[in-house]
Design a protein around this ligand. Structure first.
Ligand SMILES: Nc1ncnc2c1ncn2[C@@H]1O[C@H](COP(=O)(O)OP(=O)(O)OP(=O)(O)O)[C@@H](O)[C@H]1O
Length: 344
């Protein structure tokens, strides 16, 4: 059974449809990123799951219990949900310890102390229970907000851009640390972000939003390598499109020469046996070659690799290569690895 089920969910503000028949399921312990540009409805879905935003259609359930449906609305505080916000939302007049235990009810004094100790240890703040939020760094405050959300032992944790106020130098370390905490406790989480890099680091699966609908949902690598549209392809990374013609069931022709693939090519459906092959920068290889098919037009050094922009017959391709010594205006041979083959 899935932990969280979103079925056909729609939601509107002032009669304007913001979420359009969304479907999403989350298994126990899975972390899903709601990813997409500003204003596409990510926070609205998070609020709908939390019971802070009404839905006009569909069903939301946790562990098989319906929370929102026609005639059913379980209030936010009874949903078994923990929330972590961008601004941490800690109570400034309460100590770290009081903040963490705020939502924990029905335990004896000793059990509360035990829970507090466990949470402080989990987020590595063991000696800071008596401090106030303003006496902590941003990263420490965010760890308190995580401890507070987990202390209440939620079935699902919702995180709304929780890392955007964290210094970029410590952000990915912090994301990995929190991911590890969630995995250690097998917590299911829904994480809102507009950053693909954050989504790749933190989540197991991505739900990429486009104007209130989910354009594609699945494992991060599947969305990257097998996008179902140009929108998904471009949101997740640099994309080159190579004009190709079908020669036969396993062969394509293009300005980069003929390419053979084990996959069966079916671009007839696009019309006249033509299409555009998606090539990620790492699917292209270049090497210096005086009689080569291309010319380096620009380069950028990015640490362990170089980005090159290579022109072949009026088309410019972005290439990522470990070859660091090619210079602008140099002749090169550009070749492409066809798989994974995605043709639009
Ligand atoms: N309280 C509100 N009243 C009316 N419209 C709203 C309200 N809150 C959000 N909207 C609209 O709903 C749409 C979706 O907003 P939402 O906050 O869900 O987007 P988002 O994808 O989370 O964006 P961001 O990444 O900028 O936070 C936007 O067009 C927004 O203007």
């Amino acid at each position: 059974m899935s932990t969280l089920t979103i079925e056909n969910v729609s939601s509107a503000y002032d009669g304007e449809l913001i979420l359009k028949k969304l479907n999403l399921t989350l298994k126990k312990g899975e972390i899903v990123a709601l990813l997409g540009p500003s204003g596409c409805g990510k926070t609205t879905l998070l609020r709908a799951i939390a019971g802070l935003q009404p839905i006009t259609q569909g069903r939301i359930a946790i562990n098989g219990t319906t929370l929102s449906d026609e005639g059913i609305f379980v209030p936010s505080e009874q949903r078994g949900i923990g929330m972590i916000f961008q601004d941490y939302a800690l109570f400034p007049h309460m100590t770290v310890a009081d903040n963490i235990l705020f939502g924990v009810n029905g335990l004896s004094k000793a059990q509360r102390q035990q829970r507090l100790h466990e949470m402080l240890e989990l987020v590595k703040l063991t000696d800071l229970g008596e401090r106030y939020p303003h006496e902590l760094s941003g990263g420490q405050q965010q760890r308190v907000s995580i401890a507070r959300a987990l202390a209440y032992e939620p079935d699902v944790l919702l995180l709304d851009e929780p890392f955007s106020n964290i210094d970029s130098q410590v952000r990915s370390e912090m994301m990995l640390e929190i991911r590890q905490i969630l995995k250690q406790r097998n917590v299911s989480a829904v994480f809102v972000t507009h950053s693909k890099d954050e989504a790749f680091v933190f989540a197991d699966k991505l739900a990429l939003f486009e104007h209130g609908a989910i354009a594609q949902f699945g494992l991060a690598e599947d969305l990257y390598h097998q996008p179902n549209s140009r929108y998904v392809a471009e949101f997740l990374g640099a994309s080159n499109y190579l004009n190709v013609k079908q020669v036969n069931g396993h062969r394509l022709s293009s300005v980069l020469g003929e390419m053979i693939t084990d996959q069966v090519i079916d671009i007839n459906q696009l019309g006249f046996g033509k299409g555009q092959l998606l090539l990620r920068p790492e699917q292209l290889q270049i090497e210096a070659c005086e009689q080569g098919n291309g010319v380096v037009r620009d380069r950028r050094y990015i640490g362990t690799a170089c980005q090159y922009w290579v022109e072949v017959e009026d088309q410019v391709f972005e290439v990522r290569s470990s070859e660091l010594n090619l210079k602008p205006q140099q002749k090169v041979q550009l070749t492409a690895k066809v798989e994974p083959m995605v043709i639009f």
